[in-house]
Design a protein. Structure first.
Length: 378
């Protein structure tokens, strides 16, 4: 991590933003089943400019399914079924990787392809492997081009959108910022089709009020995310000390337009969690939940572990080591962490003091249901 990022202009400074992730969606990259070569060539030239000023770049690129569906003649853009999407991705990824390699190569840059599934970044060991690969590629001067591995991904092991993938890649790649190229200028306080809608240039923390402004739909029909997925990406980034910006990618030279003219929405980081806690805070597969009383909620906010006595309800089925969410009695998400007990054990000991738990469990209890070192506040 480098210096403080307080404005869009800071994203163009190597001393403030030494490493940046640029996410490109399907609607920007593909039109009528064909790559938008002229626009993409312009973006490749901008990436070369970013590199020339001393910044490292990771690209998160959609487009494989859209390209492959056109090549195979599949209906609904290749999204008519899981099998169609997987087949389209297998064909399209070859073309997509080749396109990036060609256009970046015109500027003397070497593209590297990295395909990931959700589990690659949810599992700690695999996450560290991906992180090591990204960092070695960047050290060697390459431009990693990352996409979800849609040829093997199923509903259970997919991100579902590349906005959140970009935020997770930024964590793994130790980036300072994420640039999400969208089809609008940024986040608006209501549907941007409303003439009275106002763009919000700076967001300090994604709150329920900010979420209420989002529209979850993808206007193009090609992508899989909308403003909701971008806000979820911003939450992942902001807890890891990573800035995130939404800018309009529909223009020629979109980076220069946004950063030079300060057009877009910048989400500034709220805090900078440690590497392990940042990874935990970004994990998306939640296996269950623990509802806690007001006393336990207050203790969590002061940095304490979650004890069984404060648990009032156990939701879902989970095993020891699974990620569970901690909720208030009102339903608000307070934290998430790695459970020290499975769901059945949690149900058996919830509400009980530590000195009662051995008799219930038949063995000496662990110090907490979720230890503070294995938990991150939301």
């Amino acid at each position: 991590m480098t210096g403080t990022i307080a404005s869009l202009a800071d994203l163009a400074r190597a001393d403030a933003c030494g490493r940046v992730v640029i996410k490109v969606g399907s609607a920007l990259l593909v039109e009528n089943g064909q790559p938008r070569r002229e626009w993409l060539a312009g973006l490749a030239a901008e990436i070369a400019t970013v590199r020339a000023r001393g910044q490292q770049v990771i690209v998160v690129s959609s487009g494989a399914i859209a390209l492959g569906a056109a090549r195979l003649g599949l209906a609904k853009g290749g999204r008519g079924s899981l099998a169609d999407a997987q087949a389209a991705a297998a064909v399209g990824q070859i073309g997509l990787g080749g396109l990036w390699a060609e256009l970046l190569g015109h500027h003397g840059l070497t593209a590297a392809q990295l395909l990931l599934t959700l589990d690659d970044l949810e599992d700690r060991r695999r996450y560290l492997n991906a992180s090591a690969t990204l960092n070695r590629l960047l050290e060697a001067g390459a431009v990693p081009v990352v996409n979800e591995n849609d040829s093997v991904a199923t509903q259970e092991i997919r991100f579902g959108d590349n906005d959140r993938l970009a935020a997770r890649v930024a964590q793994a790649g130790r980036a300072d910022a994420v640039l999400l190229l969208s089809d609008i200028d940024g986040l608006y306080d209501r549907n941007p089709k409303d003439p009275s809608a106002q763009m919000i240039p700076l967001v300090r923390g994604v709150t329920p009020e900010i979420h209420a402004m989002a529209d979850g739909g993808s206007g193009s029909g090609l992508g899989s995310g909308g403003m909701t997925s971008k806000l979820q990406a911003a939450e992942i980034a902001e807890r890891a000390g990573i800035a995130l910006a939404i800018i309009n990618g529909t223009y020629p030279s979109p980076l220069a337009r946004a950063l030079d003219r300060d057009i877009g929405t910048l989400f500034v980081p709220r805090r900078r969690d440690s590497g392990r806690k940042a990874w935990l805070g970004g994990r998306m597969k939640i296996k269950g939940a623990l509802v806690v009383d007001d006393g336990a909620a207050k203790a969590l906010l002061s940095g304490r572990s979650l004890l069984a006595k404060g648990v009032r309800e156990v939701v879902g089925e989970f095993a020891r080591g699974d990620v569970v969410e901690v909720r208030s009695t009102g339903g608000a998400a307070l934290a998430k962490g790695l459970a020290e007990y499975d769901a059945g054990e949690c149900t058996a000991i919830m509400g009980r003091h530590t000195d009662e738990q051995a008799g219930v469990l038949g063995y000496a209890p662990r110090s907490a249901v979720i230890h503070r070192d294995q938990m991150v506040l939301l």
